[in-house]
Design a protein around this ligand. Structure first.
Ligand SMILES: *[C@@H]1O[C@H](CO)[C@@H](O)[C@H](O)[C@H]1NC(C)=O
Ligand SMILES: *[C@@H]1O[C@H](CO)[C@@H](O)[C@H](O)[C@H]1NC(C)=O
Ligand SMILES: *[C@@H]1O[C@H](CO)[C@@H](O)[C@H](O)[C@H]1NC(C)=O
Ligand SMILES: *[C@@H]1O[C@H](CO)[C@@H](O)[C@H](O)[C@H]1NC(C)=O
Ligand SMILES: *[C@@H]1O[C@H](CO)[C@@H](O)[C@H](O)[C@H]1NC(C)=O
Ligand SMILES: *[C@@H]1O[C@H](CO)[C@@H](O)[C@H](O)[C@H]1NC(C)=O
Ligand SMILES: *[C@@H]1O[C@H](CO)[C@@H](O)[C@H](O)[C@H]1NC(C)=O
Length: 521
């Protein structure tokens, strides 16, 4: 039904060197501006009235109706300048399979066609429609409600487009987490990797071990109850974001100790962050049933297909100093090699998790230490030598995701988003280019919690995270920071307009609407 209308228009094909300057982040895969045949080369536009504009669909999806409400609100944030002659009253949204679940491989493809008098968004799933609605909302000119007439065919280059938040070193409230998740959906990210516990605190309130948060959280106010967690999962789902939980072991577990006597290795003078305790004590048989109960709970609470098992930075100093453990190793024929001890622990843990019917993601050490992982394991690289890890792991058929160049918590003076922008997870040496590169699923933008909490996490994360978010979605050839500069600034001003304290990306400039602290708190 669209075709006859399209044929009456001249389609301007655009080449990579001459892409339309549209204020979109991430930039779509394919954009063609449409110009009316009467005025040949000049581009035409559609005008909307945000107060009366409608989204329509024949789909009965309740979720889609909620998404429409969200985007209505954003449209109404635009300035009112003058009464225009509205040409476009409605966007028609057509969805192939409105009941599709939210999984990593769920289609997010969409096509968007805007003509002067009609517009249509087609997607396989509601989640694809969400991506398309975001694009539509980004196209509306904030001064005069005009949109360029165009045709967009869009889909993500990488299926795994994550952002990681650490809620152990500092607590982030449920409201702030939601703001971060909402902002992530504006940059089309689809996985929230929740590094929920670590050495400093255990804010997750487990049902099976309630003492973990009672004794391990900073305070009774710095916790996530089961209903908080479900609220986050539901909110994320409504924004097309999968929540991937991480329970990092056997290192990074100090906060578990208070609730679980005997769980950690006792090593006075050699413990983590100045304590007398180190990693989980692999020699204690009582540890494994605890892990089984906890991971069973986690895999039931979080609907994600994956669970993140951590496994990074196991410091052997504590284990080495413990004579009892050394004796135990001798009895169990584990040589003085502490990687073997780690392997013993991980092998037992992986056996437990394998029985729970979830795929898992592990930090790269689990792979580089040659631990016994299933072929389905996803390797998560974070160290500087990631290209070598990807080269090895993909040649052995493992799937990989990248964080090494996207530690946004490491701040520096200047436009550091450019450094994040230039890093591409598929830029490593391969012997079998296609098959090895296809095993790279994407990456995760990390905001570790050492120096962020509710006061600053939003503006430290956004819009800097939008640069790697574009890398993960947009075409490979789009690497020109000059092309990104005005768009990332427009994107941040859009966030400011939507009420977020997104920080400047350029050394000078202003947003038409300035952020006002008082109006949002
Ligand atoms: C709206 O249309 C009327 C009638 O065609 C025309 O006179 C007027 O100038 C238009 N207004 C604008 C803002 O384009
Ligand atoms: C999404 O679009 C891409 C590019 O056209 C295509 O390769 C992929 O198969 C599409 N996905 C689905 C689920 O149709
Ligand atoms: C709306 O404003 C933009 C610049 O802000 C301009 O390029 C465009 O032509 C305007 N559209 C209409 C229909 O006035
Ligand atoms: C080693 O084992 C002995 C006997 O079970 C126990 O008394 C001692 O506290 C243990 N040492 C450490 C450092 O845990
Ligand atoms: C350790 O090795 C010895 C000699 O090979 C063997 O007799 C013993 O059963 C082994 N112990 C364990 C716990 O595997
Ligand atoms: C990659 O594999 C080679 C050959 O097996 C090995 O020497 C090297 O240590 C591996 N590198 C990493 C980072 O795993
Ligand atoms: C990739 O291959 C090139 C050419 O052989 C080599 O110069 C470069 O060091 C390699 N890079 C890595 C990360 O191995």
């Amino acid at each position: 039904m669209l075709l006859p209308a399209l044929l009456s228009l001249l389609i301007v094909t655009v080449h990579s060197v001459d892409l339309p300057r549209l204020p979109l982040v991430p930039y779509p895969q394919h954009v063609s501006l449409l110009s009316s045949s009467s005025s040949s080369s000049s581009s035409s536009s559609a005008l909307i009235d945000p107060l009366t504009f409608t989204f329509s669909t024949t789909s009965s999806s309740v979720l889609l109706k909620e998404v429409f409400d969200r985007y209505h609100k954003y449209l109404k944030l635009h300035d009112f300048v003058q009464k225009l002659n509205v040409t476009l009253p409605n966007l028609e949204v057509v969805i192939e399979d409105p009941d599709e679940e939210l999984l990593l491989m769920t289609s997010e493809n969409y096509t968007l066609t805007i003509q002067t008098n009609s517009a249509i968004l087609q997607a396989d799933t509601v989640f694809g429609a969400m991506r398309g609605l975001e694009t539509f909302s980004q196209l509306v000119n904030t001064n005069n409600y005009s949109l360029p007439t165009l045709h967009i065919e869009d889909y993500p280059r990488y299926k795994f487009r994550g952002f990681m938040l650490d809620t152990s070193r500092h607590y982030l409230s449920v409201g702030v987490l939601k703001q971060l998740i909402r902002a992530a959906s504006w940059s089309k990210l689809n996985v929230f990797h929740w590094h929920i516990v670590d050495d400093p605190s255990f804010p997750y309130c487990s049902v099976v071990y309630p003492d973990l948060c009672r004794k391990g959280a900073f305070s009774p106010h710095h916790v996530y109850s089961q209903s908080d967690v479900l609220e986050i999962i539901l909110f994320s789902y409504k924004h097309g974001v999968i929540v991937l939980p991480e329970l990092d072991t056997p290192g990074h577990t100090l906060s578990w100790g208070a609730a679980l006597p005997g769980f950690l290795t006792h090593c006075p003078g050699h413990g983590n962050i100045g304590s007398d305790y180190g990693p989980i004590d692999p020699s204690n048989d009582a540890v494994y049933p605890v892990l089984k109960k906890l991971f069973t709970e986690i895999t039931n609470v979080f609907p994600s297909e994956f669970v993140h098992l951590g496994g990074d930075e196991v410091h052997y100093g504590c284990w080495k100093s413990d004579q009892n453990l050394t004796n135990w190793m001798a009895v169990h024929n584990i040589s003085g090699n502490y990687e073997e001890l780690e392997d013993y622990y991980e092998t037992r843990l992986l056996k437990i998790v394998n029985s729970l019917n979830k795929n898992y993601i592990v930090w790269e050490e689990i792979y580089t230490h040659h631990l016994d992982i299933t072929p389905e394991t996803i390797i998560h690289a974070w160290l500087p030598n990631w290209k070598k890890v990807f080269q090895n792991a993909t040649s052995e058929g493992y799937r990989c995701i990248l964080s090494a160049c996207w530690y946004l918590n490491r701040i520096s003076y200047g436009e550091d988003w450019q450094r994040f922008y230039k890093c591409d997870p598929r830029s490593f040496n391969v012997t079998a280019p296609y098959s090895q590169q296809q095993l790279v699923l994407g990456g995760t933008i990390c905001m570790w919690g050492e120096y962020v909490d509710n006061t600053n996490v939003l503006h430290r994360t956004w819009p800097r995270a939008s640069a790697p978010a574009e890398r993960l979605w947009a075409p490979e050839y789009l690497t020109d920071v000059k092309f990104m500069e005005p768009r990332i600034e427009a994107h941040r001003c859009r966030m400011v307009r939507r009420g977020y304290p997104a920080e400047p990306t350029l050394s000078r400039g202003h947003c038409h609407v300035e952020y006002t602290w008082a109006t949002h708190h």
